[in-house]
Each structure stands twice: as structure tokens, then as C-alpha cells.
Design a binder for this molecule. Structure first.
Ligand code: ATP
Ligand code: MG
Length: 359
């Protein structure tokens, strides 16, 4: 899939921008604070419904403005869709082909964006939330039933937690436990299946980008004790959960981790290796998406040059050269790309929130 056009209004320091995007690599060059990351944030929002860097959604809106707007034309195998996303007074509004849509999910389904940025090491060293979001984002895009089961799970969890805090009858707890276990099992199976499929792709890319760390393995933790069913785990924990006022077992406590032969624990990785491991996971996700759907997600790489040393950067750029994904890269200086490959590149200059096409 490819973004053909991107328009932004009032996203951070970008008051207005209109870009025509081409296939291949687009580079956004500019000084610190110019607005490069803000452009990628806007693209990411179309696929994730949030930014990758701030939890506070209102901070995305340009100072002094009431709202922000992102508009994109996406081409998926020749079928074009016009996507619009706005935030105004604490709410999102989404449009597909000009028509207002009821749920943000309908818009997010239309475009897949994978993004590596300076905070991406959190995928390795951050909270389990990050890692669940990573897996669930892929499932949302490739498993038609996933969103519905996830919604049922969240609802049951909320109801169970309310009952644990003393609001409601014991027999209601039985019903919500069953509902939680049913949706939870579906989520667990999808997550396990996804990581199984991802494993060989992660191995392929790790061998290419970070062979020095040896073979990687992905280890899945489902979120409740081994050897028992989820419903049994929920019933067993009732009393303790009641004391704490929340549910302590289930896929909302699930996690996964990557380990390498030469770095069995997360703590064995240097900061740079954490970033490279995160990059491997993200690009493997893009590659697997392509194998599953015959389409490449849009790949965004924020500040690639300052994140990786020259050797690792070259390995990544060579890999990118061989895939058909649309790639958006930002940096303070142009990448060392051979002149003969430059014709596959579009360069943009970003200065104080203003984007201009260079070539
Ligand atoms: N809500 C906002 N309204 C206006 N300006 C903002 C807002 N939030 C952030 N900014 C400013 O927007 C500018 C662009 O930030 P951005 O992170 O996109 O820069 P960048 O080009 O990626 O810089 P760097 O090279 O340092 O990563 C910064 O000067 C930042 O302070
Ligand atoms: Mg930046």
C-alpha cells in the first residue's frame, strides 16, 4: 500500500502541509525541531489512532488551534481511498471517502503503518503494554474477528473489576468470568499463533542486521499460570482479586520477549542493541504483513541515522532497497545513498513546520 497524498493542518508546529508522495523512499531532512517527527506522527495516527510519542493527545494540536486534521489518499493495489482524521474538543472524527464513519477502527483498518523511532527501544525494555499493542495491532489488521473479541474482553474485564470492588452479585461474576475466559482464549490463541509465524521472520532479519547476537527466540507469556485453563485461573484468583479490586490473570497481563543466544536476558543488550532488536521486530512485522496480505505496510523510520551506527544503517538501507514498501525516513542530513539509487528517492526539506519538495 502506498500513500499518494498527505495533508496536515495544525499538527504540532505544522500549520499546513500538502505533500505528493511517491513509491520508494521519501527522505525528510531538516534541523532539530523543524517538524519532521510531527509528519511521521500524523501518518502513524492514521493507522494507530494515537501518536507514538505522547499519551496526551491534545499536545498534538498546534498551540492556539482548536483542532488538528490529517488527510491522506492511500492506494491499495490500485484502489484509492480518501482518509480523514480530525481531533476537536477531545474527540476524534474520521472520514473515509468523504463519509463520516461511526468508529475510528474503520479508518485504522484502511492503512497499515509500521514505525521505528527514538522511543522504539520500549518494545524491548518498556512495559508489557507496548508489546501487547505491537501484536494486537497486527492481529487487528489481519484477523477480521480480533477487534470484536478484544472489545468483548475489555467489556467483561471492566464488569468483573466493578463486581470485585463490591458492586453487584456473585452470580454475575460467574457470567462475566465465562465471557472473559471465552474472549480471552480466542485472543490468547491468536497472539500465540502470530508470534509463531513471526519467529522465522525475526530470525531472518536478525541474522541479517544483528548476526553478532546469535539466533533470536520469541517467548510468549499468556498471562495466567501454566497447566490450568483461564476459567479455572479466574475462579482460583477470585478472592485475591477481590482484595485487590482488579483482575490479575488473563491476556491483559500477557507479554512476550525476545532473547538471543548471545544475550539471553534483556539486561544483556546494550542500548543500541535494544534499538536494533526493536527495529528487527518492527521490520519483521512489516515483512510478515506482506506475506499474509500481499501488501507492504508504509514503513516510517524517524531519525534513523542518529539511532544506528554506519554499519547497521547500511544493512538496513540495503534491505529496504530490496523490498517494495513505501518508506518515509527523517534525519538532520541526507542519508549516504549512492547516486544511482537516488532516482528512487524523493527528498523533502522541513523548516519551521514548512515542508518543501527538493527533488
Ligand atoms: N502542540 C504544539 N504546537 C506547536 N508546536 C509544537 C507543539 N508540540 C511540539 N511543538 C514543536 O514542534 C516542533 C517540531 O517538533 P518535531 O519533534 O516534529 O521536530 P523534529 O524535526 O522531529 O526535530 P528533531 O530533529 O529534534 O527530532 C518543535 O519545535 C516542538 O517544540
Ligand atoms: Mg524528530
Amino acid at each position: 500500500m502506498q500513500l499518494v497524498e498527505l495533508r496536515l493542518a495544525n499538527v504540532r508546529n505544522v500549520a499546513q502541509a500538502e505533500l505528493a508522495l511517491r513509491p520508494g523512499v521519501s527522505e525528510f531532512i531538516g534541523e532539530n525541531g523543524a517538524g519532521k517527527t510531527s509528519l511521521l506522527e500524523a501518518v502513524y495516527m492514521l493507522s494507530h489512532g494515537r501518536s507514538f510519542r505522547s499519551v496526551k493527545r491534545e499536545s498534538l494540536i498546534r498551540f492556539g488551534s482548536e483542532s488538528l486534521d490529517v488527510f491522506a489518499v492511500v492506494d491499495r493495489n490500485g484502489r484509492r481511498r480518501r482518509l480523514g482524521l480530525s481531533r476537536r474538543r477531545g474527540d476524534w472524527a474520521a472520514r473515509v471517502d468523504g463519509a463520516e464513519i461511526g468508529s475510528l477502527a474503520e479508518l485504522l483498518r484502511e492503512v497499515a503503518v509500521v514505525c521505528f523511532e527514538p522511543g522504539s527501544h520500549a518494545l524491548i525494555s518498556g512495559t508489557a503494554d507496548e508489546r501487547r499493542h505491537y501484536v494486537d495491532w497486527a492481529l487487528f489488521h489481519v484477523e477480521p474477528e480480533f477487534a470484536d473479541q478484544a472489545r468483548r474482553y475489555r467489556r467483561a474485564l471492566k464488569q468483573r473489576n466493578a463486581l470485585l470492588r463490591g458492586r453487584g452479585a456473585e452470580r454475575d461474576l460467574d457470567a462475566w468470568d465465562l465471557e472473559l475466559a471465552r474472549a480471552g482464549l480466542a485472543i490468547d490463541e491468536w497472539r500465540r499463533g502470530y508470534l509463531d509465524q513471526l519467529q522465522p521472520v525475526v530470525s531472518e532479519l536478525a541474522d541479517r542486521f544483528i548476526p553478532e547476537l546469535g539466533l533470536p527466540s520469541l517467548n510468549y507469556q499468556r498471562g495466567w499460570t501454566a497447566g490450568i485453563t483461564l476459567i479455572d485461573a479466574l475462579v482460583q484468583r477470585r478472592e485475591r482479586d477481590g482484595d485487590r479490586g482488579h483482575t490479575s490473570v488473563g491476556p491483559h497481563r500477557g507479554d512476550w520477549r525476545i532473547s538471543f543466544v548471545a544475550a539471553p536476558e534483556r539486561e544483556h543488550l546494550s542500548r543500541g542493541q535494544e534499538k536494533l532488536s526493536a527495529l528487527v521486530c518492527l521490520l519483521a512485522q512489516a515483512q510478515l504483513f506482506h506475506r499474509q496480505t500481499a501488501e507492504w505496510p508504509v514503513i516510517c523510520l524517524d531519525d534513523l541515522a542518529s539511532e544506528l551506527d554506519a554499519v547497521h544503517q547500511t544493512r538496513v538501507l540495503e534491505w529496504l532497497d530490496g523490498v517494495e514498501a513505501q518508506v518515509l525516513i527523517t534525519g538532520t542530513a541526507a542519508l549516504p545513498i549512492p547516486t544511482e539509487r537516488r532516482r528512487f528517492h524523493t527528498m523533502f526539506h522541513v523548516e519551521q513546520g514548512v515542508v518543501t519538495t527538493l527533488l
